[in-house]
Write a protein that binds this ligand. Structure first.
Ligand SMILES: C[S@@+](CC[C@H](N)C(=O)[O-])C[C@H]1O[C@@H](n2cnc3c(N)ncnc32)[C@H](O)[C@@H]1O
Length: 126
């Protein structure tokens, strides 16, 4: 049975107020998850901006990719631990970012029956 996997980012508005994403910005989302925060960043950094996303759950990255593509803006996703941020930045070809964010909460899909087998949350800092 197919179940829709959704995650509703509850702190989106405060996050947007702090980061203030706007055209031309480079934003790194260390915990892309299902792309809720990243898609809102991406909508706001165009034109000229870029989103770099990291997550160690490949299933989440796949779902996020579909969501981010809809925006038509520039993004690159990396399957990695955010502890490897310097490596990811080198691979992405960026030396600096305007904002680096990490959502260390537990994603709602991980709390649902059947979530076993997905990558567990591991929010250890580098
Ligand atoms: C709360 S969810 C993020 C939800 C996301 N902000 C959104 O709007 O959809 C946390 C995500 O962080 C990822 N994660 C946890 N620890 C990580 C780590 N050390 N490196 C990379 N990703 C990690 C999990 O796989 C999960 O997808």
């Amino acid at each position: 049975m197919d179940r829709e996997i959704r995650h509703i980012p509850v702190l989106l508005q405060p996050l947007l107020e702090v980061v203030r994403p706007r055209a031309g910005m480079v934003i790194i989302d260390c915990t892309v998850g299902l792309g809720g925060h990243s898609s809102e960043f991406l909508k706001r950094v165009s034109p000229g901006g870029r989103l770099i996303g990291i997550d160690f759950d490949p299933g989440n990255l796949e779902l996020a990719r579909a969501k981010l593509k809809v925006t038509g803006a520039r993004f690159d996703l990396f399957h990695n631990n955010f502890a490897a941020l310097p490596t990811v930045m080198t691979e992405a070809g960026v030396e600096r970012a305007d904002a680096i964010v990490a959502d260390l909460g537990v994603a709602s899909p991980l709390q649902r029956p059947g979530a076993i087998g997905r990558a567990p949350a591991d929010s250890r800092a580098a």
